[in-house]
Design a protein around this ligand. Structure first.
Ligand SMILES: [Zn+2]
Length: 197
């Protein structure tokens, strides 16, 4: 667990604010604590799912296992693993491990099921990243098999997939944090329109 996400950083965040001449409200401190705890819980659930993620990586690369083993480049990052296995910040997976109430995509208006395929191939939220990836790997096939193919084919291909996974998964993590923060706030301060008269 990265120190930056630790609950022990709450006093540090308070100090930072005081240094800027602001005083954190108790509810701000409580909010930080809730956020840190939630991040920690998700990280542990992800970690506990790793034994099966190992098998899932093998399953994802199995059609090209020889090439995968023979390649002389590329290290699989945490976020690439999430995309190849589906064990990560995808609605379907989060719903399965009971982190989310629904498997729907939180970046789409009509909330279709958020799978790896939806994120990589369809979701309009990641159109720009997708365009860069398609250009780099020289083709519109973005199935997991095609991604693995691009990765083993060349170092540039590997790098393009790595950059895509890194950017999109990071953005998903950030959006998730903002959403959690807002839903927390909404629960505490109901929208004036929905207050009883
Ligand atoms: Zn979507």
């Amino acid at each position: 667990m990265k120190a930056a996400r630790s609950e022990r950083n709450v006093p540090y965040l308070s100090l930072e604010m005081q240094r800027r001449g602001e005083t954190p409200l108790p509810r701000q401190v409580a909010e930080w604590r809730t956020e840190f705890r939630r991040d920690l819980r998700v990280a542990w659930r992800l970690r506990l799912s790793q034994p099966s993620a190992g098998h899932a990586v093998i399953a994802a690369v199995s059609p090209l296992f020889e090439e995968w083993l023979e390649r002389g480049h590329g290290v699989l990052s945490f976020r690439m693993t999430q995309v190849l296995t589906g064990h990560g910040k995808f609605g379907r997976f989060l719903h399965r491990i009971k982190e989310e109430r629904t498997p729907g995509c939180r970046h789409c208006v009509d909330r279709p099921e958020d799978t790896v395929e939806h994120t990589v191939e369809v979701c309009p939220a990641w159109a720009e990243h997708r365009r860069v990836l398609v250009e780099a790997i020289g083709g519109g096939d973005l199935s997991r098999r095609a991604l693995v193919q691009a990765m083993v084919r060349s170092e540039e291909g590997w790098q393009a997939v790595a950059s895509f996974c890194e950017a999109v998964m990071l953005a998903k993590e950030a959006a998730d944090r903002v959403r959690q923060r807002n839903s927390h706030r909404r629960r505490r301060d109901p929208d004036p329109d929905y207050r009883p008269p």
